[in-house]
Design a protein around this ligand. Sequence first.
Ligand code: UD1
Ligand code: UDP
Length: 386
Amino acid sequence: MKNIVIVVGTRPEVIKMAPVVMELRKSSTLKPILLSTGQHRQMLDQALKSFDLQPDFDLALMQPGQTLTELTARVLTSVGSFLVERKPDAILVQGDTTTVLASALAAAYARVPLGHVEAGLRTYNFDAPWPEEMNRRLTSPLCRWAFVPTEQSKANLLQEHIPSERCFVTGNTVIDALLWMRTRLESLRVDSVQLAQRLGIPDSFTGAYLTGSRKPWVLVTGHRRESFGQGFDSICQSLLRLAGEHPDLGILYPVHLNPNVREPVDRLLSKHNRIALIEPTGYEDFIWLMDRCKFIISDSGGVQEEAPSLGKPVLVMRETTERPEGVGAGTCRLVGTDPQRISVEARVLLENPSEYERRSALANPYGDGRAATRIREILEREMIRD
Ligand code: UD1
Ligand code: UDP
């Protein structure tokens, strides 16, 4: 058996690597070893629990208010030592976090072949998303296998002179995760009132929006570093304005644990009776919520990829995106963080039914739910050759 280390550090990495772990467990030639850097703590554990996963090793590196340099140094040193000690046959990273870049560098130093899941996404603007664009761009030349979600992401890598024999179009594993979780949700038969109580959603919100008359409500997430400070104040002002302009509208916002997010959100939004602020939710609960909202306002990468499968339009609180396919499909629209733009775009979704229908069409450009199977098959083939 060949040992493959699968590294996860944050919530989205767990969600998108879970299908890969489950697939590799089926292999008769490859053995997955799940390594957590613990870049996130509560949010990582919550996501692992959603998939009944436990890391084989946990480096537990998160510190409150961590800086990028400190975290990078800790991941590089700790993953580096792990690789030297364990000598795995390959290592897989996913996405664009500090865990990804520092682990990729550690792999290069330890001369362990690297696979990059969700490679090739680009904005070609180092400032947005920051530092994720930089993390992705620096990781690409280090990897032996680039598992790209779409033809567009492959074209990006070819343009950067990454050899085509290293690029494999697999689809995005987030679709595998989403389909897996939807099947699980069907068997769980979730009760709305119980779920709302478990998530700490106020009874008044539950009564108005999740049971009974089911008035329209918007699901919100946000955490991008380039929006910290002024951008987050503006995001909160946008939500207050929306609630003011639409007296029936509810807003449900699971607030990311980064203190740079929580401070402005608590300060500006906690008093409004139609804006419910809750803790980050488990993946199954978040899918349940996405399924029921009218539309989503978010700066999340993963949410942009999931929304087309759920038929939910997304107003993307960013000026640029490394995921242009969702914008092309009509589901996602870039709105930045300006209250006026967000107000205009939200009005279209709330008051123009034919446009709403058009933007909630069910077609996902990011994958068919078989990305992890393809990754397993490619690795089995490639590693026998080695
Ligand atoms: C990180 C990633 C970002 C990814 C996001 C997913 C980097 C540079 N950023 O951003 O690409 O989109 O995760 O959510 O890799 N915290 C907790 N508990 C947690 C998680 C975070 O308390 O479970 C707090 C801590 O104070 C921590 C801070 O949030 O120091 C920042 O966490 P960090 O992982 O550095 O950045 P994120 O903003 O979460
Ligand atoms: N998500 C979740 N609970 C939440 C908010 C989001 O499980 O409270 C999921 C969401 O469905 C998506 C992923 O987390 O799969 C996105 O994570 P995040 O926005 O933190 O990171 P990004 O995708 O922007 O890197």
